[in-house]
Design a binder for this molecule. Structure first.
Ligand code: FAD
Length: 480
């Protein structure tokens, strides 16, 4: 008589989908009954920020439903995953535990420990690539080093050939018959209660794979062709808005790559879109080879940068004004308010508000990184840290220090019609285009016609652009 294969435990992390999930596909291949687990471990990995917690709650509900269709129970366990995962494996008599890889320092350390623990216990412990197009160690310079500059990185990645094609959900898979004990999701307290600030998030997003697929289809149909021209306008929904879905792995970057590849859009649009997906890959390579990327300057010389002291006035007030969208620069405030209300901000606005924090206010990029971590639904350990360092000038292939975005010109160029600013900063909505991005230059009559009393209904600029620019140039020059 042939022995029945032992159960397999699939450990879900940033791959909350059942299709194109190599770990789940492997479990199907192993042939035994499958059980899924999500372990909430706030001790080892950096805990999710508030907005991401909201997303996670809904993403787990959606994953649970999809696994249910395959007959697979999703078990929730809170606590040190180094304990909860092996304990559950033992409980179900698993012969194998499989998962898709993480790339953060804490994640890698924990996975390595758990893998060796499971192997010592005689189990098969396997990890796969479910998160990236090309794993960090596969894209190398001629001398075998990781890249420090994006363009050659992207060329080298493309030279590896088209990423693997996405695979459908397994069809021949069976779930474990008796579901092990699970925490109740509601008991995890991931949703805000007092106050419940999540209305804006719920209005904008549908966490889960179905929401992600719908967005992808709309993007391919309506926006991919015009992506190179329109992706920089925050007032137009011209990008995928898939970043939070990618962060939680409700859709894979392989799917995005291939959906664009097989579309009818002009090849130049597909190329540009693929480049953005490769920026994500580049961030992951930077993170993998610089595990402290969210804490330490990539360029050491920034350790002596004269940042303004945030525990003292007026910097403390400046940081607060930036966080709350009360800087007096409408395009900066629009971005920060979009973030606070919806958990997301357009990439152009992220660059503008980032430059403003770091250069106009001389506030250490790590304060920006932290605020984004807490408020973004797409807060990503690689993209957030790499992008903040890029904006600050301390990162790999970073913006040169003398590139100080002028928030007035940026507003006039990228939100020329003013729709974005008017939507998020209604106090200035009645201003004519000429003054929308610089209300302080408007004559008294124009201000009063627009119902604005500067300093009362809308703040005066918290710093003067020309002075702040000079201060930043001096500070950055002090490093050379
Ligand atoms: P699309 O234009 O549709 O692009 C598709 C995907 O490509 C994105 O979802 C993303 O995964 C990737 N991508 C696009 N642009 C970039 C980029 N510049 N760098 C890296 N990957 C990119 N992105 C995050 O996913 N999480 C973050 O925490 C994050 N923090 C950022 C902080 C700052 C200061 C800045 C300037 C950028 C940050 N980004 C971050 C990058 C970028 O702003 C977002 O990925 C993008 O706005 C997401 O919108 P989208 O999905 O519509 O992008």
């Amino acid at each position: 008589m042939t022995e029945k294969p032992a159960p397999t435990l699939v450990w879900f992390r940033n791959d909350l989908r059942i299709h194109d999930n190599p770990a789940l596909a492997r479990a199907a291949e192993l042939g035994g009954p499958v059980c899924a687990v999500y372990a909430l471990d706030e001790r080892r990995e950096r805990p999710h920020g508030d907005a991401s917690q909201w997303w996670l709650h809904h993403a787990l509900l959606a994953l649970g439903k999809n696994l249910d269709k395959l007959g697979i129970p999703l078990v929730l366990r809170r606590g040190d995953a180094g304990q909860t995962v092996p304990v559950l494996a033992e409980e179900i008599g698993a012969g194998a535990v499989v998962w898709n890889r993480r790339y953060t320092k804490a994640g890698i350390e924990q996975d390595t420990e758990i893998k060796s623990h499971l192997k010592d216990a005689g189990l098969l412990a396997e990890s796969h690539n479910g998160h990236l197009l090309y794993e960090p160690w596969t894209v190398k310079t001629g001398s075998g080093e990781p890249y420090k500059v994006f363009t050659p990185f992207s060329r080298a990645a493309r030279a590896l050939g088209s990423p693997e094609r996405p695979k459908p959900a397994p069809t021949t898979i069976k779930g474990l018959e008796s579901a092990p004990e699970s925490d109740a999701l509601d008991d995890w307290g991931l949703l805000p209660t007092k106050p419940d600030w999540s209305t804006g998030l719920a209005e904008r997003w549908t966490p889960g794979t179905e929401g992600a697929q719908a967005r992808l289809q709309t993007f391919i149909r309506e926006s991919l062709a015009g992506y190179p021209d329109r992706r920089n306008s925050p007032g137009k929904e011209a990008t995928t808005l898939l970043s939070p879905h990618l962060k939680f792995g409700e859709i894979s970057s392989r799917e995005l790559w291939h959906a664009a590849e097989v579309s009818n859009a002009p090849r130049s649009s597909v190329y540009k879109f693929h480049q953005e997906l490769l920026w994500r890959e580049f961030s992951y390579q930077l993170l993998f080879f610089n595990p402290d990327l969210s804490e330490e300057n990539y360029a050491d010389k920034f350790n002596r940068f004269p940042w303004a002291p945030t525990h003292k006035q007026p910097t403390k007030d400046h940081l607060r004004a930036w966080q709350k969208g009360q800087t007096g620069y409408p395009i900066v405030d629009a971005g920060m308010r979009e973030l606070y209300a919806t958990g997301w901000m357009h990439n152009r606005a992220r660059m503008i508000v980032g430059s403003f924090l770091v250069k106009h206010l001389l506030i250490d990029w790590r304060h920006g990184e932290e605020w984004f971590w807490d408020t973004l639904v797409d807060a990503d350990p690689a993209n957030n840290a790499a992008s903040w360092q890029w904006v600050a000038g301390s990162g790999a292939d970073a913006a040169p220090y003398f590139r100080i975005f002028n928030p007035i010109l940026q507003g006039e160029k990228f939100d020329a019609a003013g729709d974005y600013t008017r939507h998020w900063v209604p106090e200035v909505a009645q201003l004519p285009k000429k003054y929308l991005h610089k209300p302080w230059e408007a004559p008294d009559k124009v201000l009063s016609d627009a119902g604005i009393i500067l300093g009362e209904t809308y703040p005066r600029p918290i710093v003067d652009h020309a002075e702040a620019r000079q201060r930043a140039l001096d500070a950055f020059k002090s490093l050379s």
